[in-house]
Design a protein around this ligand. Structure first.
Ligand code: ZN
Length: 146
């Protein structure tokens, strides 16, 4: 059984290619206890329950047992936009609080320790193709949340 955590970027992230808002972010680089993390809040806002991102408000008193925090940087992923692929994003923490998120593109892609130079080039190229093919939509205003 593979465990992961749920993530709620705030403000929400949009797919860089089709512009749709992405929900149901998951990640395996936190504690992986099926916790729900919301950007801007140090401790998990929920644990192992049927929360949807829309109901992810912090109920004081219900999750005080969790003292886990997130790593300084971590990767999350989501699907469900108009593109037939997983969209990845980087989360960044300051003082153990998740403060920033950005969707992974060919501009900001960071290879992992095990990524060869050849793989890195290939991944960047695939990201570029995905984003630039879709970016022909005449909608220059869709980046207004950044
Ligand atoms: Zn998309």
């Amino acid at each position: 059984m593979s465990l992961f955590d749920y993530f709620i970027p705030d403000p929400p992230l949009r797919c860089p290619a089709c512009g749709r808002e992405l929900k149901n972010w998951q990640g395996k680089e936190g504690p992986c206890f099926q916790l729900t993390w919301q950007q801007g809040i140090k401790f998990p806002v929920a644990s192992d329950c049927e929360l949807t991102p829309d109901s992810g408000t912090n109920q004081a008193g219900s999750n005080q047992d969790w003292e886990e925090t997130l790593p300084a940087t971590f990767l999350i992923y989501a699907d469900g936009c108009a593109c037939d692929r997983l969209v990845e994003a980087y989360g960044t923490c300051e003082n153990e609080v998740w403060v920033h998120s950005e969707v992974v593109t060919h501009h900001n892609f960071q290879p992992g320790n095990t990524t060869s130079l050849k793989d890195e080039r290939k991944i960047r190229e695939q990201l570029k193709q995905w984003i630039e093919q879709r970016a022909t939509d005449p909608d220059p205003e869709k980046n207004d949340t950044i």
